[in-house]
Each structure stands twice: as C-alpha cells, then as structure tokens.
Design a protein around this ligand. Structure first.
Ligand SMILES: CC(C)(COP(=O)(O)OP(=O)(O)OC[C@H]1O[C@@H](n2cnc3c(N)ncnc32)[C@H](O)[C@@H]1OP(=O)(O)O)[C@@H](O)C(=O)NCCC(=O)NCCS
Length: 172
C-alpha cells in the first residue's frame, strides 16, 4: 500500500465528500438499520447543503485520507460551539472518522486519528472526545486501543430510531 496522505477538504470538494460520506455510512450501518431510517439520515444529515455549511464553519475541520489520488477515508473534527455535545473550549470532538471498508485494518484510521491528535496538541487542548454507537465493536476497540475511556452516554437519532452512543474521552 502507498503512503497515506491527509489533506484538508476544500468547500469546492463537497460533492466528493458527500459521495464518500454516503458510501462509508451505508457500508457501516445499512445492515443494522431499516431502509427508511438510513434514507432519512443520508438525505437529511448528508445533504450537499448541510455538508457545505459544515465545510464553511471555521470551528469544523475536514480531511481526506488519500492513497495516490483515491479518497479512501475522511475525518471531521469540531472545536468550540461546533461540537455536537460537551462544547468545552478545551476539547476537540472527533465527530466522524470513516474508512472505506475495503481498506479496513490497514492503519488508515490510525493515520486519520493521528491528525486529530496532532491538532489537539497544537491547540493545547485538554482532551479529545467522541460518540460511538454502543454496538460498533470495531470502532470501540479502535478507540480503546488508542487509550479512550467511556465517560458518559447520549442518545443518537438515526431516522426514527433512538440509539445509545457511548461517549469516550482521552486526556492529552
Ligand atoms: C474504526 C475505523 C475508522 C478504524 O480504521 P482502520 O483503518 O480499520 O483502523 P486500523 O487499521 O488503524 O485499526 C484497526 C483496529 O480496529 C479494531 N478491529 C479490527 N477488526 C475488529 C473486529 N473484528 N472486532 C473488534 N475490533 C476490531 C482493532 O482495534 C484494530 O486494531 P489492531 O489491528 O491493532 O488490532 C474503521 O474501521 C472504520 O471506518 N469503520 C467504519 C466507520 C466507523 O465505525 N467509524 C467510527 C464511527 S464512531
């Protein structure tokens, strides 16, 4: 495998971001959820308008993982008020970290995560936190391996389905 590059996503790349977001979300969650709930999430939460807005938010940061020219994963980070919960000025939220499933287990997630850690250190933040679905074993294991510990839970609505997310945190 070639060296993985991490590059910021420009607002002009919103369509490529939408494509990758929809593909990775579907690969991860379609088998666990109804078609209707999936459709609702993909249409509302990953619309071009919503993603465009998020790309223009100065407190959100988006990155692609590239193998050559191919976009194989992405990362969305939130600072300050852009965080979906907690909203502590001293914390960084990893809101999304997604890799194409054909690339799982090749450390692409680790390279994306390292970017988040570098940014949190550069900004002298105190901790990184995230929400992960309680049944997403692979991701939970990935975060535990990186030192994250559960500190709370919250409800995540996927369409009409209310799911429990574990909130995990790592002090830097
Ligand atoms: C979570 C994710 C980002 C990790 O990316 P990745 O490139 O596969 O990560 P790495 O290769 O660095 O690490 C893989 C780790 O996943 C975990 N893992 C892999 N297979 C697993 C399995 N069958 N069961 C439990 N954990 C598993 C292990 O911790 C493994 O680490 P190890 O190889 O050192 O044992 C990626 O799997 C992904 O995109 N998943 C779908 C989207 C998702 O769930 N995102 C998180 C939403 S909160």
């Amino acid at each position: 495998m070639e060296l993985i590059k991490i590059v910021p996503i420009k607002p002009s790349e919103v369509e490529a971001l939408q494509l990758l977001s929809k593909q990775t979300f579907t690969e991860t969650f379609a088998i666990h959820n109804s078609e209707e709930d999936m459709y609702h999430y993909l249409t509302n939460n990953l619309s071009l308008a919503i993603l465009q807005n998020e790309l223009f938010n100065p407190d959100s940061k988006f990155y692609f993982a590239l193998e050559g020219d191919k976009k194989i994963g992405y990362l969305k980070l939130n600072l300050k008020e852009a965080q979906s919960d907690v909203k502590d000025p001293d914390s960084l939220e990893i809101e999304r970290i997604y890799v194409l499933n054909t690339y799982f287990g090749k450390k692409v997630g680790q390279v994306l995560y390292q970017k988040a850690l570098d940014i949190a250190k550069e900004l002298k933040l105190k901790y990184i936190w995230l929400g992960v679905w309680e049944k997403n074993e692979r991701a939970i294991q990935f975060y535990k391996k990186n030192g994250f510990v559960e500190f709370d839970q919250h409800v995540f609505k996927l369409g009409n389905d209310e799911q429990t997310d574990l909130l995990m945190r790592l002090f830097i």
